[in-house]
Design a protein around this ligand. Structure first.
Ligand code: TRP
Length: 342
């Protein structure tokens, strides 16, 4: 086998492994009561495209809030993080629309950095890399298509430059509270003392505003969720009929999260060939597709201190809907001053 075909072969094996893992996670999730599907599988090429359409919706406020925050505070951010050469690593980069605000500003200031966007969707990483190479001549960029945890292993293996990690949008809100602590402590372990992270937290707010953001009248959010069934059909040989499931999303005040579901409109059996079995649904049975936790400032101040970070600054939008908070990695068990919303 020559080098090229060996490389192709190993990529195919990798793809096989991904498919196997996808089949295993679908089988495990659909065997639970209540049924669930891991939300990372929402983001294939079509899912990423639909999520971009969500971000453009009037009702989906997080994107506009964060755009305002980054425009207003790019100077504060660059003053704090831009003193030495660094890797700007973004977890869940998507189309990078908001990140461009920072990229442009950092390049204008002549800061020395390399951009490392990481996203689960290969098409998103490829599209973003091409797009940025055209838009920002001279930007050093090295994209990677993988999940967060592999992304963190990659981060730990990067060169000796310092890291500035972006974890924007409401990505952290998609973890359960327990998962987010595990994630933050793995992130801390992948960093060196003195590195910075900028994390997005969607704040608790008026319930109608929250509900409208996840129930747009054009049905884009419903299509984004139902896309996971189409994906199971295409990639795992499933026979879901997407129109026999209805999207439903609501706020659970006890959990402090928007919870999204696909609800079976009738009693049905669905075969998924790659899982080697079928799954039975009763009428009105839900599949939980995602939780999107909402926070209070006190919640994430505590999270920072517990996980080996010092909250340096918190930046809010003018409506106080959303916060991007800047943390610095400190020696473990260290504590810092209370953060203040500016
Ligand atoms: N991570 C995004 C969020 O929590 C994704 C998202 C937007 C989403 N709308 C959704 C996920 C509706 C499931 C259902 O905001």
């Amino acid at each position: 086998m020559n080098g090229q075909s060996r490389e192709k072969e190993s990529r195919l094996c990798e793809a096989d492994d991904c498919l196997k893992e996808f089949a295993e996670e679908v089988a495990a999730g659909l065997s639970l009561t209540p049924k669930q599907l891991p939300c990372k599988y929402l983001y294939d090429a079509e899912g990423s495209r639909l999520f971009q359409a969500i971000m453009e919706l009037e009702e989906y406020y997080p994107t506009r809030c964060e755009t305002e925050i980054l425009n207003r505070h790019k100077e504060d951010i660059s003053t704090i993080v831009g003193k030495a050469e660094f890797n700007l690593v973004e977890l869940g980069a998507g189309d990078g629309a908001k990140t461009k605000i920072l990229l442009r500003h950092f390049l204008d200031l002549g800061l020395s950095f390399r951009y490392v966007p990481i996203d689960i969707s290969p098409s998103a990483v490829q599209g973003l890399t091409c797009d940025l190479r055209k838009e920002f001549k001279g930007l050093a960029i090295q994209g990677l298509a993988t999940d967060y945890f592999e992304g963190l292993r990659h981060l730990a293996r990067l060169d000796r430059r310092s890291s500035f990690v972006l974890f924007l949008g409401s990505n952290i809100g998609n973890f359960t509270p327990g998962e987010s602590l595990i994630f933050l402590s793995s992130l801390r372990t992948s960093l060196r003392t003195g590195d910075y992270i900028l994390v997005g937290f969607d704040l608790k707010k008026d319930l109608n505003t929250l509900l409208r953001a996840y129930n747009d009248p054009k049905g884009v959010t419903a299509r984004f969720n139902t896309n996971i069934l189409r994906r199971i059909n295409d990639e795992l040989g499933g026979n879901f009929v997407p129109s026999q499931f209805e999207y439903f999303s609501t706020y659970n005040p006890r959990a402090g999260a928007i919870e999204s579901f696909l609800i079976s409109l009738r009693r049905q059996n669905v075969l998924v060939e790659q899982c080697g079995r079928s799954f039975s649904f009763s009428k009105w049975e839900p599949i939980h597709t995602e939780s999107s936790y909402k926070f209070r400032k006190e919640d994430f101040g505590r999270m920072a201190r517990r996980q080996g970070f010092r909250a340096v600054a918190s930046f809010c939008d003018s409506r106080r809907y959303f916060t991007d908070t800047l943390w610095q990695a400190v020696p473990f068990r260290g504590s810092g001053p209370q953060d203040q919303c500016v």
